[in-house]
Design a protein around this ligand. Structure first.
Ligand code: SAM
Ligand code: SF4
Length: 337
């Protein structure tokens, strides 16, 4: 196992397949246009597969494909097929906004995808339009049910809770998920990227989210999957389903973080809140051997000391306070949420 400075092993890899997205969610892409990564700088499927194989050799057993919107990558099933046959990879999953899922899920399942996360913050069409600013709720719901019919399990719904936006949708989403057999993952609103105007006032804490749900549908804490997953999981006491809460702001899990990220243009990033990454694509395209890439990735991981969310909480609790704008970060669409 490859450990960092704080003995956190490298176990997970999140790969951003593209920085493009067909939505413009207020919490992620508040602007209409961005400076997009040049198409020729985006990693090819062959390059992604080669790097993924090397990360698996280093101990990664779980890969999540994300973005931007990963389903915008043409022929995505070809990549799924290559990755799902990597020896040593135990878990391959995908996070999507669901807009193109209905038409693509069957090919993804046949290529080897077993499970999926679909982002959905409200069941109210008007609110959906306000929060996600493009796309259409009906298409996302169609995608969710198509995934269910195809047999993907589990299907998790990711909900970003932002005060004033959708805290009053929590119970609707719980009831919808319990009825239809979906698992829910509530995510505390985070100061990802540089433009979403995050403030702590917009945060709905894990405690608040749990209190709202527990008052109606009592919960029992289960814990974190493998002890290191971002989500703290809960079962409903009546046995009808489960939820999880990712509390990166109020209960950071930096001390157990085993995740590396690969940006759409091939940079290795060791924290969701990093300002820079290491250009692995340059190595690939300059003919580096597998051994050389493994040596460099190992050296980067062994020096890793990231703990951004711990530091944020400490600043928030101190007299100094915390201003998201003072910290320049890579955009979430580039490094993969
Ligand atoms: C960046 S998206 C990429 C995948 C895909 N486009 C989607 O929306 O599912 C990955 C996840 O990050 C979440 N996310 C985006 N901005 C966030 C923020 N400011 N705070 C918390 N979660 C966020 C999204 O809701 C989504 O579940
Ligand atoms: S959260 Fe996903 S769907 Fe929304 S803008 Fe970001 S990448 Fe696109």
């Amino acid at each position: 196992m490859l450990d960092d400075v704080y003995t956190r092993p490298l176990k997970d890899l999140r790969i951003s397949l593209t920085d493009r997205c067909n939505f413009r969610c207020t919490y992620c892409m508040p602007f209409d246009e961005y400076e997009w990564i040049d198409k020729k700088e985006i990693l090819t499927f062959e390059e992604i597969t080669r790097l993924a194989g090397l990360f698996v050799q280093l101990g990664v057993d779980k890969i999540r494909l994300t973005g931007g919107e990963p389903l915008l990558r043409k022929d995505l099933e070809k990549l799924i097929s290559k990755l799902s046959s990597l020896n040593g990879l135990e878990d391959l999953c995908l996070t999507t906004n669901g807009s193109l899922l209905a038409e693509k899920v069957s090919a993804l399942k046949s290529a080897g995808l077993r499970r999926i996360n679909v982002s959905l913050d409200t069941l109210n069409a008007e609110k959906f339009a306000r929060i996600r600013r493009r796309g259409d709720l009906a298409k996302v719901l169609e995608g969710l049910f198509a995934a269910k019919r195809c047999g993907l399990r589990p299907i998790k719904i990711n909900v970003v809770v932002e005060r004033g936006n959708n805290e009053d949708d929590i119970i609707d989403l719980v009831e919808f998920s319990r009825k239809n057999g979906f698992a829910l993952r509530f995510i505390e609103y985070m100061d990802v990227g540089n433009s979403n105007n995050w403030t702590s006032e917009k945060l709905v804490s894990k405690k608040e989210i749990l209190d709202i749900i527990d008052a109606r549908y009592p919960l029992r804490e289960v814990g974190r999957d493998k002890g290191s997953a971002p989500s703290m999981d809960y079962d409903f006491i009546d046995g009808r389903g489960e939820i999880g809460v990712i509390a990166s702001v109020t209960e950071p899990f930096c001390s157990t973080c085993t995740r590396a990220r690969l940006t759409a243009d091939g940079k290795l990033v060791t924290c969701l809140f990093s300002a820079t990454g290491y250009d692995l694509k340059a190595l690939l395209r300059n003919g580096a051997t597998d051994d050389k890439i493994i040596e460099i990735v190992s050296a980067i991981w062994q020096k890793r000391t990231d703990g951004y969310s711990d530091e944020r909480l400490e600043a928030m609790n101190s007299g100094r306070g915390y201003r998201a704008k003072d910290h320049k970060k890579i955009e979430m669409i580039t490094l993969g949420g």
